[in-house]
Design a protein around this ligand. Structure first.
Ligand SMILES: [Mn+2]
Length: 457
């Protein structure tokens, strides 16, 4: 009955006024979005109809809140399905939180895009990604891996996330694409405590973009660091309390707000169900920041090397079940040490093995002054993880600044190497990404190709 009222009102509004004012139109759109959020979408995704990444990005940039809500809902349901449908046919597959690449094809890896949609779009088009994925030639498989921190203080964080998720939930592309969350996407959601628009506790601006509205958010001059304008919008009483409503909303304003809250929660759920780590059949491993480092991964190296294959497999299986996707939502992971290790850790060549308290790590990064939950790791920890996992090359992002140390080698475009680990950075400042031939057995850093995309805005 409520939906029917909404539908009637929509028709009336569209027929009665040639130029409905923005607020009225937006409320109308949000009411539609509210119903989209509560039911699965069935129509084909926009990406199926696009010939280039640029075309898709433009469509997504201009789509309505209702269309975004619809697409995100479809992406969430697809990602949940991906967790439980392993399949070995030359494509990427997934077991729980662990994404698996086949030992054939070329993989392109980006990390820390930080809302930098233009670069990834131009890179994908330069390498004819959509056409090649669509052609599905077994001898020309291309894979796209995004290693997290795709969002940051930017006007394009929500557009970039929607762009990546749209590709991921398109059937002909899905199994050539792996999207990992970084600490930006997984940082603890401490409600109501953040006064800064870019604070990690509101996912570095993504919450503001969603709750305030992309259109309003983009009208604020962030280049002038006029962040107080965003803060004042976000701290209107109705934006402060973004928990789901206990009672059904009665006014249009409430319905619009609930729709925005629903979309914000949906983004959070999507980040939870994304895979957390990537491995290939030949020895490539990739994650946002680190690898499982504390128990059971912190066996002494002599114990790790003496594990049977079955025992190593059992230890690795810990990676496949980091996330509880039960309907009871858990949006933070303060006590999931393995997830902290993967999404927050830093390389520190001055540390022999691991540094970090047993429960909460003590590396320098943190949220709101609280020490970061990851660990700092050195060579022995990397060696032990390589021994257990069989990884000969570990690719990560997260740490733009290379530590100054004789064992650290600066590479192209802000990337750097430490032993068998390569840290890449695809943010605006560096815009670099790497690719690797997956057929190479036991690859090392020397097998990586470094790219810098053309910026074409
Ligand atoms: Mn990071």
């Amino acid at each position: 009955m409520v939906e029917r009222d909404g539908a009637n009102r929509k028709t009336t509004n569209r027929g009665a006024s040639t130029t409905p004012d923005f607020a009225e139109r937006e409320t109308d759109i949000l009411s539609d979005a509210h119903s989209c959020l509560s039911k699965p979408a069935i129509e084909p995704t926009t990406a199926s109809l696009c010939s280039s990444a640029k075309e898709l990005a433009n469509i997504i940039r201009n789509r309505s809140f209702a269309e975004s809500a619809h697409a995100l809902r479809r992406a969430f349901e697809h990602l949940v399905e991906c967790r439980t449908e392993p399949c070995l046919d030359g494509k990427a597959t997934q077991v729980g939180d662990l994404a698996l690449l086949p030992p054939k094809g070329r993989v392109f890896l980006f990390s820390d895009l930080e809302g930098n949609i233009e670069d990834v779009v131009s890179a994908l088009d330069e390498h004819k990604f959509l056409a090649r994925m669509r052609a599905n030639d077994p001898d020309d498989q291309v894979f796209l891996c995004i290693l997290g921190d795709s969002i940051d203080r930017s006007r394009s964080s929500s557009v970039l996330m929607e762009f990546l998720l749209e590709l991921k939930s398109t059937p002909e592309f899905s199994r050539n694409i792996i999207i990992l969350p970084g600490n930006h996407e997984l940082s603890m959601d401490v409600q109501g405590l953040s006064d800064k628009p870019g604070d990690a506790r509101n996912r570095l601006g993504l919450r503001d973009e969603v709750l305030v509205g992309r259109e309003s958010y983009q009208s604020i001059d962030l280049a002038r660091e006029d962040t107080r304008a965003v803060a004042s919008l976000c701290h209107e009483p109705r934006f402060r309390d973004y928990r789901p409503f206990q009672e059904p909303p009665t006014t249009d304003d409430d319905r619009a707000h609930e729709a925005r809250v629903g979309m914000w929660l949906l983004f959070n759920d999507i980040f939870q169900v994304l895979p957390k780590m990537i491995m290939s059949g030949n020895g490539l491993c990739a994650a946002h920041a680190g690898f499982p480092a504390r128990r059971p991964f912190s066996y002494p190296l002599e114990v790790a090397t003496s594990l049977t294959n079955e025992e190593k497999h059992e230890v690795l299986m810990g990676i496949t079940s980091l996330t509880d996707i039960s309907p009871e939502r858990s949006r933070c992971h303060p006590f999931n040490r393995t997830l902290d290790d993967i999404s927050w850790s830093d390389v520190d060549p001055t540390i022999d093995d691991l540094q970090g308290a047993p429960l909460v790590g003590s590396n320098k990064r943190g949220v709101g002054g609280v020490p970061g939950p990851g660990v700092a790791w050195g060579y022995r920890a990397l060696e032990r993880f390589s021994e257990i996992s069989g990884a000969t090359l570990f690719i990560r992002g997260h740490q733009a600044e290379a530590p100054s140390h004789p064992d650290v080698t600066p590479l192209a475009n802000g990337s750097w190497r430490y032993k068998t680990c390569v840290t890449i950075n695809s943010s605006r400042n560096y815009s670099s990404f790497v690719s690797l031939d997956l057929s190479i057995q036991s690859p090392g850093p020397e097998h990586l190709k470094f790219h810098t995309p053309l910026i074409d805005i």
